[in-house]
Design a protein around this ligand. Structure first.
Ligand code: GCV
Length: 858
């Protein structure tokens, strides 16, 4: 047989040379894709200055005030001018003449400078207005932080190449609290951090070099974030020692020029463990005195300290329940110590029992927040803010809004959103979370059908009408940035950016935020914008489709890394993330009539919607109800067919992200392009692992076959255990559904081989070797076809886990390999330590690509 006029044997050889460079390296590397470019969305790339400043680029910055924040504003403008306008402005402090200039100052300073400006209506703290006053572009802040925010807003306008000729923009932050929480530990690790070690700590101490911490504060400030809690909510008590506080003060020092106030997570047992008291009972006066002294000590070294975050009576952290006290008792004792300094307590609503009895059909972890906190409404001091996760469980791919958000009308509250993608693919999978957050923020929590809408975003604004307190409120984003490009995946930075933008203005659209971020990061190229925006906006639906649809929960390994599939891990343990899947049906019955009663925690109109099968939305069905697999959704599909279809669609859509991205080759910085490509390719393979695990598990559980015959039929697959094995041994994998055939092969010798003879026709094929890359060990593999080495690689990724399963399963892909009938296909593995060159299967499918597909997601 001849292909394109050449003998196949020749083509096979040729393919070795031609195809080797296109072999995808799918491990996710450690080094920062941004290199020293930690600027992220503050990349300040050149723009068309005549579009932005039709009357000419201002050459002078007039900084009216003398303050750290105004200094930062002037410096930032100069940096923006240099990068975007290729112009070095002079910065002066006293206005001279009528030339083109940018004038920045607080409202008071502006009033002294110009009589025109006094017409401006009063600006609140942190608010700003940017407008023209003759030749001057004025940035007027309600205070100096407002000046800085206005500066970044102007720079955003320039980066997006908008004309400033008639600029008049006023903006006030939606809520006072706009914080990130970082779950960093003093040893430099980060709980649920997926981008390398801490930017704050290393080896038990604050880092000597805090330049990344300073760069982070600048990024936060550019989107209006005004607070950052630098340590894990599972707090290391030693951080409150005097010598550590002095070191932490250095972090506050580098935050200060950007208006970011530092805060700390503290543990309720500190008075006893650290202070040597006999108790930490919050109602004991000795304990109150201890907190007061400790807080005074903090303010002595960090005068603008923001406050504390408290996780108590949760996941092994002790709390007031030890003394029969309430969560409000605990919050208030610390709040009173902070009060005179202007600090706040962010008290986490994430209080639940992780030893629930799974036999008890009325037990329900989702109820815990409301059951604990609702009876305490009105009992919290006014500088306590209850910090509530968006959903009642724990940052799953889809959850209903937490009913507690509507259950505290007399209490300040903040919503906690998770930027770090703990349950949503850990930044190895692309998931733009802003649309998910928007859904929660827009959910109407009104108490009666007749009342005005009360969306969550209003409840957390600190000024909800119809509620009795809410003088403070806001947004907390669990960010967990690290030294590896902040979030590891360059595209994941849209989530950090988006969190900040929503905290400032939750009315912004998800698409607008994505587009802003893309333009600020990569410039204004139309193709780059449309491709990246589409990738981002489709990504949540894609990820949900191949993981846990219908509100069932993410279906990940909840007792492990929260990464790969681990369906049964949800069941039969005390963690209460049960999916209640049996031979007949699936889902948690949370109805009032027959279930746990959870739905009754919602305001009546929402409760009625969820309680009835007729009105419960499909995408939350299995969160609210237990239904048979044959139950028909509103779409007309049965639950089981929906699970099968959606997983196949999701994995297909994930694969299509790769060519969409590849169409941007040459239009982006090389390192960024390569890093994202590597991750998207990994994701495409991982989506197949997810698809197969979930569909096979539910097919077995339900006994309902896939109507389209896909599940358990993999025509292009050759299982490793069915190949001719030399020294490889067959092992069972746990959980079984995470590997093809439930088995893998491992190598207990210095070298092992698995081989097969190709019995298909001659042709071009896409080949994938599905193997396991454990956290520890660097096994090596070689793939040979007809004696030619077509790929050699080292399993050196850092996937989470040390056993072969869905978290460590990965693939090596080779596109368009020529194979002819009778070729010997051989995989050779060389183990390294406990990583025994484990293999799952080979996939050999007719080559899919004849060209590049642009934007071919659906
Ligand atoms: C910091 C989940 C995470 C934990 C986290 C906890 C919390 O359970 O898996 O790592 O602990 O939430 O939010 O406190």
């Amino acid at each position: 047989m001849r292909l394109r006029g050449l003998p196949l044997a020749y083509l096979t050889l040729l393919s070795v040379f031609v195809l080797l460079p296109t072999i995808s390296a799918q491990g996710v590397g450690e080094s920062s894709p941004l290199g020293s470019g930690d600027a992220a969305w503050l990349s300040y790339q050149p723009v068309r200055s005549e579009t932005v400043f039709p009357g000419g680029v201002p050459d002078t910055v007039v900084q009216l005030g003398v303050s750290l924040l105004e200094d930062s504003s002037a410096k930032e403008l100069a940096a923006g001018w240099r990068g975007m306008l290729q112009h070095e402005p002079r910065v002066i402090h006293a206005d001279v003449g009528d030339g083109r200039k940018v004038v920045l100052g607080t409202q008071r300073e502006i009033e002294l400078w110009s009589t025109h400006a006094s017409a401006t209506k009063s600006l609140a703290h942190d608010a700003f207005r940017i407008y023209r006053d003759k030749n001057a572009l004025v940035i007027e802040g309600g205070d100096d932080r407002g000046v800085l925010y206005g500066t970044f807003a102007l720079l955003r306008e320039i980066a997006e190449q908008h004309s400033t000729a008639n600029l008049d923009q006023s903006s006030t932050p939606w809520a006072a609290i706009r914080w990130t929480n970082e779950w960093d530990n003093p040893n430099g690790t980060i709980e649920r951090g997926y981008a390398g070690p801490s930017i704050f700590f290393e080896g038990g101490k604050v880092r000597a070099d805090l330049s990344r911490a300073a760069a982070y504060a600048r990024l936060l400030s550019s989107v209006g974030i005004d607070g950052c809690t630098i340590n894990n909510v599972n707090a290391d008590l030693s951080l409150l020692r005097p010598e550590n506080l002095r070191e932490i003060a250095r972090i506050a020092d580098v935050f200060r020029p950007y208006g970011v106030r530092l805060s700390l997570s503290v543990d309720m047992s500190s008075p006893e463990v650290l202070g040597g008291l006999k108790t930490f009972d919050p109602l004991d006066p000795v304990v109150a005195t201890w907190w007061k002294a400790k807080v005074d000590e903090i303010y002595a070294v960090i005068p603008d300290f923001g406050g504390v975050v408290i996780k108590a009576d949760s996941e092994g952290r002790v709390g007031p329940s030890k003394y029969g006290r309430t969560q409000s008792d605990a919050a208030n004792v610390v709040a009173r110590a902070l009060k005179s300094h202007g600090g706040v307590v962010m008290y986490r609503g994430f209080v639940y029992n992780n030893h629930l009895d799974w036999h008890d059909l009325k037990a329900d972890r989702a109820r815990a927040g409301y059951d604990t906190f609702h009876p305490l409404d009105g009992k919290f001091d006014d500088n306590v803010i209850v910090q509530i996760k968006n959903g009642p469980i724990d940052f799953q791919v889809r959850e209903p809004v937490s009913p507690l958000l509507a259950g505290l009308p007399k209490t300040n509250e903040a919503i906690e959103l998770q930027v770090t993608q703990e349950y949503t693919g850990q930044q190895r999978h692309l998931v733009y979370l802003v649309p998910m957050w928007k859904e929660t923020l827009d959910t109407d929590m009104r108490g009666s059908a007749a009342a005005a809408p009360l969306p969550v975003k209003l409840l957390v604004s600190g000024r909800a009408t119809g509620t009795e307190q809410h003088s403070e409120g806001g947004f907390v984003g669990v960010s967990n940035v690290g030294t590896d490009g902040w979030l590891g995946n360059p595209l994941a930075l849209a989530n950090l950016y988006g969190f900040g933008r929503l905290a400032w203005n939750p009315n912004l659209e998800a698409a607008t935020i994505s587009d802003e971020w893309t333009r600020l990061t990569f410039g204004n190229d139309e193709q780059v914008r449309s491709t990246i925006n589409k990738l981002q906006l489709d990504s949540w639906q894609i990820y949900e489709s191949y993981t846990g649809p219908l509100g069932i929960g993410t279906l990940t390994d909840i007792v492990g890394a929260h990464f790969g599939p681990g369906i049964e891990s949800a069941e039969r343990n005390g963690w209460g993330q049960w999916i209640r899947a049996d031979g007949h049906g699936v889902g948690m019955d949370r109805t009032v009539v027959t279930g746990t009663g959870y739905i009754g925690q919602y305001p009546a109109p929402l409760a009625a919607t969820y309680e009835s099968l007729a009105t419960c939305p499909d995408d939350l069905l299995l969160f609210m109800h237990h239904v048979p697999y044959t139950y028909r959704l509103h779409s007309g599909l049965t639950v089981m067919q929906f699970i099968d279809n959606t997983h196949y669609w999701g994995a297909h859509a994930a694969a299509q992200q790769v060519p969409a991205w590849e169409a941007l080759r040459g239009k982006l910085p090389d390192a960024t392009y390569a890093e994202v490509l590597k991750r998207l390719k990994y994701q495409a393979g991982s989506a197949i692992v997810w698809r197969d695990a979930v569909t096979r598990w539910f097919t077995k559980q339900s006994g309902v076959p896939d109507a389209l015959g896909r599940v358990n039929h993999y025509p292009n697959r050759i299982e490793a255990e069915s190949m001719k094995l030399s020294d490889y041994t067959i092992v069972d994998v746990n959980p079984w559904e995470t590997t093809s055939g439930g088995k893998a092969v491992i190598c207990d010798r210095p070298e092992c081989k698995a081989e097969t003879t190709w019995d298909g026709p001659d042709g071009w094929y896409d080949v994938a070797v599905q193997y396991f890359d454990l956290l520890h060990g660097h096994s090596q593999f070689t793939l040979t076809i007809a004696g030619h080495n077509v790929g050699h690689w080292t399993a050196d990724d850092t996937l989470p886990g040390d056993t072969p399963n869905g978290s460590t399963s990965t693939r090596r892909s080779l596109d368009r390999v020529a194979i002819h009938h009778g070729d010997l296909i051989q995989v050779t593995g060389w183990p390294d330590g406990t990583e025994k060159a484990p293999l799952d299967y080979l996939s050999i499918a007719p080559a899919a690509r004849t060209g590049i597909v642009v934007n071919g997601i659906r």
